[in-house]
Design a protein around this ligand. Structure first.
Ligand code: ATP
Ligand code: MG
Length: 438
């Protein structure tokens, strides 16, 4: 123990083949003693393997050592793979050597074998152990696939991956959601989104950019779908005709992501009991007027001109699902007053959209204003000080193409795809107003 590791892992538990000699490394998930035969369920990243030790077939030393093992100890096991109809995957390992790599205190903060449920706070307080649960690991493997698929699609569409600053001199959209920080002798803010930088990138001639972005937002209230720190796929693209060009990329991106998850994460989805419906493209468009009518017909008290709240969004999700069978749909043609200053428009209608998934907003986007004079007018109309936008406005004065983009919340997409009750379940270490640790 604590010395040199003697047994080096040769494979994960899902790659066992009958007749081979292997070394597995992992956690003691469970131990059973039937007198003449002892079992260890060894858990690693890819699953659970049964280690079977019949008294007659293993050394006395190993037989004894198994008794000393506690739950969640880490061991390496060298042995031969045999077929066994009762074992998981029909295979078991007969141990020749067992090495104890690390021990664990006997009183566990939660049960990684998923037999005893824990509330969300206990789970998050002990996240290192919570993530040992196969179902929780599955969520993060699916999350990784979302990111891989997103990169694959965007790179195939000639987007260039960028990174922009997360410490900024001013907020993107101002407001109360900013986190001020002390920055040497001045005040600075954590970036709410890469909005202003990715627009600036359109003045560089880079045309199409994307960022796996990190958002910081001081969300006042504790909801199931807001965090202080969240992740998003942000894109910006030039030479568009209108917001439909941006919508085209977003619906094909989401469709590619869902297809890849379905194809490449079958085991994880079945472990979680989830079936992902993949809508055909183009996704349904519900314009703002239709949305208000549908809601009013459904008995909801909404007035034209208001942004949709959490409850009305959810209700609309149910109505659209019932009426058309769609999980994913775009909300288009919003009143301009509900959208940020940089949003392009036709009269009173914003060239902007949201993408909703099962009644929850997962993305917002649109065409931006690229004419500097119009932009200044809109800043003033929103009651914002033009002087504090000088740095943002400068690139617009020296050749700015028409452009647009979106921010797609990764945590929200994952939450809705997997029907997670709380956005926190799909985030490794979620931070919110109440929680800053771990
Ligand atoms: P909402 O109205 O749901 O609070 P928003 O309109 O303020 O969201 P946007 O500025 O449009 O959010 O951000 C783009 C996307 O980023 C959202 O559609 C959502 O998927 C995600 N997002 C924004 N804020 C958060 C947050 N606090 N926690 C998790 N995801 C977020
Ligand atoms: Mg939005």
């Amino acid at each position: 123990m604590c010395g040199v590791i003697m047994l080096k892992r040769t494979c994960y538990s899902d790659k066992l083949k009958e007749g081979e000699e292997v070394v597995l490394s992992g956690w003691v998930h469970e131990r059973r003693d039937l007198g003449g035969i002892k079992f260890i369920l060894l858990r690693d990243r890819e699953g659970i393997a049964q280690i079977t030790a019949p008294k007659k077939k293993v050394s006395e030393e190993i037989f004894k050592l198994i008794d000393s093992l506690g739950r969640e100890w880490i061991i390496s096991v060298k042995g031969n793979v045999k077929s066994s109809p009762q074992a998981p995957n029909g295979l078991e390992v007969i141990p020749q050597e067992i090495e104890i790599i690390s021990t664990a205190e006997p009183s566990l903060p939660l049960d990684p074998s998923e037999k005893v449920d824990a509330d969300i706070d206990t789970r998050l307080d002990n996240r290192f152990m919570d993530i040992r649960k196969p179902k929780v690991t599955a969520i993060f493997k699916i999350r990784s696939e979302i990111l891989r698929a997103a990169r694959e699609y965007l790179l195939s569409q000639a987007f260039v991956e960028i990174q922009t600053p997360k410490i900024t001199a001013s907020g993107t959209e101002g407001g109360t959601e900013l986190f001020p920080i002390s920055y040497f002798e001045r005040e600075a803010f954590l970036a709410q989104s890469p909005q202003l930088y990715k627009q600036t990138m359109m003045a560089t001639g880079m045309d199409r950019v994307f960022e796996m972005a990190h958002y910081f937002r001081a969300e006042e209230s504790n909801t199931r779908r807001h965090l202080s720190e969240s992740d998003a796929i942000d894109i910006e693209m030039s030479f568009i005709e209108n917001e439909e060009d941006v919508i085209y990329i977003l619906e094909n991106l989401v469709s590619h992501i869902l297809n890849c998850v379905n194809k490449n994460k079958k085991n994880e989805l079945s472990l979680l009991g989830i079936e992902v419906n993949i809508p055909s493209t183009p996704f349904r468009r519900v314009n703002y007027d239709q949305a208000i009518t549908l809601l009013q017909e459904g008995g909801f008290n909404v007035r034209y001109g208001e942004d949709l709240g959490t409850e009305t969004e959810k209700a609309l999700g149910n109505i659209v699902k019932e009426k058309y069978g769609d999980d994913l749909y775009f909300l288009t043609k919003y009143p301009l007053s509900t959208k940020p200053f940089y949003t392009n428009f036709d009269g009173e209608i914003a060239r902007a959209f949201d993408l909703d998934y099962k009644g929850v907003e997962i993305s917002s986007g649109g065409q931006r204003i690229h004419n500097v004079d119009v932009l200044k007018t809109r800043i003033k109309e929103k009651g914002l000080p033009v002087t504090s936008f000088e740095a943002y406005l400068k690139p617009f004065r020296f050749g700015m193409p028409p452009h647009g983009g979106f921010g797609l919340g990764i945590d929200r997409l994952l939450m809705q795809m997997l029907n997670l009750e709380n956005i926190r379940e799909g985030v490794l270490f979620p931070h919110d107003r109440r929680r800053l640790e771990p």
